[in-house]
Design a protein around this ligand. Structure first.
Ligand code: SF4
Length: 306
């Protein structure tokens, strides 16, 4: 990837919107400066990232403002679309990472960082030079280019992408991104090439590898079943997945009647059954029907089909 020049038209993500970010924000909402909404020890991620004890550790999450995908049902829309947050320098971001390490974080979890890839890359290099020793988690929508991801090789330990749609019509309707299935699957193959399958340390914390998040939409409109089939065929059924049932209608979902409700236990169970038929044996599942939107209740660090 060529060096990011905010004075030149941006083509960092698949939108390639051409914004000159030194002057105006792009479709993702980002201008030339890193913008961060929140940094905290987070206990609501999968147990291999947050740990299982709510009183210690936690995932050292840094939530970046803006997003290139901009789903109509986004549950974090204040941050991703409303651009809530504060502008930071690269050095400020380094300091945040080191502070989270000092506070006892198990990892540095970069949430929706893709539209700042060059700046975050710079911060990671500097932070490691200054003693950052925690696993780095790249927590993204997977709506990213392979070139941008290649620039992170050797700096990211754990890729935590969504695979949100395998249906181009749904990707177009809810995220204005009909190319999402193609771009995201290419991105995930590159992530897998860099870090391989998910591995854990002796207390069950993730050390390195790929963990794919699959959010089941009402009526399975994103075709999570096809996503699972693709993962099994391409990466193998020993790939780690996190099957999420926490969808609820947020942001503009009321404008789309078919997604203006939560996912039902039956819809989730049907996708889970498909996952088990495919032989997936490493990952996480959720209870559906509880108010688990921001506090996922993952059952086990390793589920096995009964
Ligand atoms: S990262 Fe943002 S500014 Fe750059 S191409 Fe994508 S949407 Fe446009």
């Amino acid at each position: 990837m060529s060096a990011f020049d905010p004075g030149q038209p941006c083509a960092l993500c698949p939108r390639a919107c051409g914004a000159v970010r030194a002057k105006n924000p792009g479709l993702c909402g980002a201008d030339a400066q890193i913008r961060v909404a929140l940094a905290q020890l987070h206990h609501g991620e999968e147990p291999c990232l947050s740990g299982s004890d709510a009183d210690t550790g936690g995932s050292g999450t840094i939530f970046f403002s803006g997003c290139a995908l901009r789903c109509v049902y986004c549950q974090n829309h204040d941050i991703s679309i409303g651009n809530m947050g504060h502008s930071l320098s690269v050095e400020d971001l380094v300091a945040l990472m080191l502070e989270l390490q000092l506070a006892g974080a198990y990892n540095i979890n970069l949430v929706t960082p893709s539209h700042f890839t060059p700046q975050v890359r710079q911060a990671l290099v500097l932070a490691k030079e200054h003693g950052l020793g925690l696993p780095v988690v790249w927590n993204s929508s997977a709506y990213e280019t392979v070139d941008a991801l290649k620039s992170l090789e050797g700096l990211v330990d754990i890729y935590l992408p969504d695979l949100r749609y395998m249906d181009a019509h749904a990707a177009a309707r809810y995220s204005a991104a009909p190319d999402y299935p193609r771009m995201a699957t290419h991105a995930i193959c590159e992530m897998h090439r860099q870090v391989g399958q998910l591995t854990f340390d002796d207390v069950g914390l993730a050390r390195r590898g790929l963990l794919i998040r699959l959010l089941v939409l009402p009526q399975n409109l994103g075709r999570t079943d096809l996503a699972l089939t693709w993962i099994a065929d391409t990466l193998g059924a020993d790939a780690a997945v996190s099957l999420m049932g926490q969808y609820y209608p947020a942001h503009r979902a009321a404008e789309f009647p078919e997604i203006n409700r939560s996912v039902t236990p039956g819809e989730y169970a049907a996708v889970r059954a498909h996952m088990e038929e495919l032989g997936f044996a490493r990952g996480f599942v959720q209870d559906v029907g509880s108010s688990s939107a921001f506090t996922p209740d993952f059952r086990t660090p390793d589920f096995r089909p009964e």
